[in-house]
Design a protein around this ligand. Structure first.
Ligand code: ATP
Ligand code: MG
Length: 202
């Protein structure tokens, strides 16, 4: 039996925070692999998103050094913006009886308006929400309880080393001409500089 991790995001760009949480959860939950699923521009994001091809290329550069990491174009290749529930249903049908572990930051669990959250919960073995600066500690357990009282058996709030890295911060640093060395894999840093990405104010 395979235990499959799925992590969605805009990955605009992928950074070491994403890679770190995916690897940490893979190890902690004994996952056979983690699939990174970049999304189309989701409704809650209002910044201009770099070209889909660039996000896809950077993601693949970033995950290439980990044999347990894969990527999927399932959301990018759909004509419409799709919901996480559609993606999870797709992997549920592909992987049949192999359990799925959906990985997000706790900020995402609490702040996104999840479409059909109950169905997501039905399809996954666990919904793992990892801590993030500003989103860690016991008080968030109450918030989860209030928001999703019927889903508590599957939601795991998982404390992880807090890394204050975000794509927003990386884009800002680039706009200001600052270095992003050691915040993203070297291959992504090079790709961004070669393609002159994120130089405009958003
Ligand atoms: P942005 O600033 O553009 O929102 P981001 O850094 O939050 O970018 P996303 O692509 O939105 O990156 O994140 C994908 C998933 O990874 C989300 O579930 C998010 O909560 C999680 N995540 C991103 N960065 C971290 C981090 N440093 N620690 C823990 N979780 C993270
Ligand atoms: Mg985010």
């Amino acid at each position: 039996m395979k235990r499959i991790g799925i992590i969605g995001g805009t990955f605009n760009p992928l950074h070491n925070g994403h890679l770190f949480i995916a690897e940490e959860i893979r190890f902690a939950f004994n996952l056979s692999k983690v699939i990174f699923v970049p999304n189309k521009i989701p409704p809650h994001k209002n910044e201009i998103i770099e070209n889909t091809d660039h996000r896809w290329n950077m993601l693949n550069l970033g995950i290439s050094s980990n044999q347990f990491f894969e990527s999927s174009r399932i959301e990018l290749d759909r004509t419409r913006i799709s919901y996480s529930v559609d993606t999870i249903r797709y992997f549920y049908n592909i992987y049949q009886n192999n359990p799925l572990f959906f990985i997000t930051g706790l900020d995402a669990l609490l702040n996104y308006s999840w479409h059909n959250f109950e169905e997501i919960i039905e399809l996954v073995e666990n919904f793992i929400a990892v801590s993030r600066p500003g989103y860690s500690g016991k008080r968030f357990q109450d918030k989860i309880k209030k928001l999703y009282p019927l889903c508590l058996n599957k939601i795991i709030q998982f404390d992880i080393l807090l890394l204050e890295i975000s794509s927003t911060n990386i884009r800002e640093r680039l706009y200001k001409g600052k270095s992003i060395k050691y915040l993203v894999p070297e291959s992504i840093e090079k790709y961004i500089l070669d393609n002159r990405l994120y130089l405009d104010k958003r």
